[in-house]
Design a protein around this ligand. Sequence first.
Ligand SMILES: NC(=O)c1ccc[n+]([C@@H]2O[C@H](COP(=O)([O-])OP(=O)(O)OC[C@H]3O[C@@H](n4cnc5c(N)ncnc54)[C@H](OP(=O)(O)O)[C@@H]3O)[C@@H](O)[C@H]2O)c1
Length: 270
Amino acid sequence: MLYDSIGFIGTGNMGSAIASAAARSGQAKEVLLADYDPAKAAALAQTLPGARPSTNEEIARTCQLIVLGVKPQMMAGMLSPLTEILRARADRYVLVTMAAGLSCARIRELAGVSCPVIRLMPNTPCALGAGVVLYCGLDAEQADLDNFAALMAPAGLVDPLDEKLIDAASAISGCGPAYVYLFLEALADGGVACGLPRDKALAYAAQTVEGAARMVLESGKHPGALKDAVCSPAGSTIQGVRALEANGFRSAALEAVIAAYDKTLELGKK
Ligand SMILES: NC(=O)c1ccc[n+]([C@@H]2O[C@H](COP(=O)([O-])OP(=O)(O)OC[C@H]3O[C@@H](n4cnc5c(N)ncnc54)[C@H](OP(=O)(O)O)[C@@H]3O)[C@@H](O)[C@H]2O)c1
């Protein structure tokens, strides 16, 4: 077991998904959970092995890893009452942030301490073990990073990334599920327009997107080559591709990533 105790402050959508992966890793004896709404942390604690409800103060005072799961704009207000507690600690601890746009250095500044920081960029499919967790550190030892990667392993793909690329990656993996949901909804709408019942249209669309993504990951082939293999000459699929191109599908996806990246940079400056 790598950790005696780890704590999560903020058990909303992302904090709970990451806490659940950490609890399932079996690498922490105790997982402490705190939220603005104590009932939320208590309900999550009931579902996770080794977890119990706690408070921001207890987590700041005792945990080896303190995972900050609140929105970027709530970070300063959440951290400032904890500064004195953190400064009073004589033992080693690591702050872990998942806040979009806030650098490790900024988190340390907001916390008013000089401890090591690990920054991760997760996405919501981490809750199913099919997510992406990118991470980097500031003054973290290699052992801190390796232990953290082991803790996150049940979340999905866990990959170290230079901090200067985290915001760019976040515009794909952090925000990307929303884009894919739009695509799925639109595919299903198309199916309904062609006469399919809604539930079947959505199930076929979701399975197709998952299968196509696995083809890219597991075949190692370029997506363009995989697309060519589906498009027979004078067939139906190439007509669908023509319609997508005519309506700016690729450009829309590319612009979505850049728009999210720009917004993340803007949020980080505030
Ligand atoms: N959602 C994503 O897909 C995603 C992807 C990548 C990164 N992130 C990052 O993950 C972080 C959390 O996002 P989220 O979507 O999970 O937000 P969320 O669902 O709103 O969760 C944040 C939780 O923190 C609680 N909270 C707020 N202030 C607190 C305080 N002072 N002490 C204790 N708990 C407090 C909130 O409680 P109340 O609801 O009662 O205010 C809420 O339960 C953000 O920094 C975000 O940038 C999210």
